[in-house]
Write a protein that binds this ligand. Structure first.
Ligand code: NI
Length: 192
């Protein structure tokens, strides 16, 4: 069991600094492989749907995503554990949807942002092997949220309607039922 790392909170410059890409040589070091284990452990410990390296103070173009029966997001479809190294996302088509998001670096809030329904993903896995795929629906939104982190952006930057910003408690109380319906429709359409 690896040790969970501290998570940077909004206002810390590391969250606003675009991360740097890695070489395959760097990626293969024991130090970097240990860091990847720590990143995953920290994401799981904090119940995150994803975690970017700069959220744990490492300004590297790496993120992890995973959703498994997540209590912070009970309505969300599962996403298998995926580590993306040097990811580049490209929207596929023009379709977008409104997603209610939260972030481990933005405590206690949720808000609505627009996300592309489908994105092409080019990246490496933790061993430097090429990943080339298209992700859709909620999985696509999660990937976009994490890669935004790697570019120094937070979901709050993309809020179109500030009145959608709510506390987690009020999200669960007043908005989650409707969001769960919208997400179910999205899953119906995109399978994820
Ligand atoms: Ni986040």
């Amino acid at each position: 069991m690896r040790r969970p790392l501290r998570i940077a909170q909004i206002g810390h410059p590391v969250l606003r600094t675009p991360t740097r890409t890695l070489t395959r040589e760097e990626l293969k070091t024991d130090e970097m492989q240990d860091f990847l284990d720590d990143l995953v452990e920290t994401m799981r410990e904090a119940n995150g749907a994803g975690l970017a390296a700069n959220q744990v103070y490492q300004s590297l173009r790496i993120c992890a995503v995973e959703v498994r029966e997540n209590s912070r997001y009970p309505y969300r479809p599962n996403i298998p554990l995926t580590i993306l190294v040097n990811p580049v996302l490209t929207p596929v088509g023009d379709a977008m949807f409104t997603n209610y998001e939260g972030c481990l670096s933005v405590p206690d809030l949720r808000g609505q942002v627009r996300r592309h329904c489908e994105v092409d993903v080019q990246a490496w896995d933790r061993n430097g092997k090429a990943i080339s795929t298209v992700v859709k629906g909620m999985t696509a939104a999660t990937y976009q949220h994490e890669v935004d982190h790697l570019d120094g952006k937070l979901y709050l930057d993309r809020i179109e309607d500030p009145t959608s910003i709510v506390t987690l408690e009020n999200f669960q109380r007043y908005h989650m039922n409707k969001v769960a319906e919208d997400v179910a429709a999205l899953i119906e359409r995109y399978g994820s």
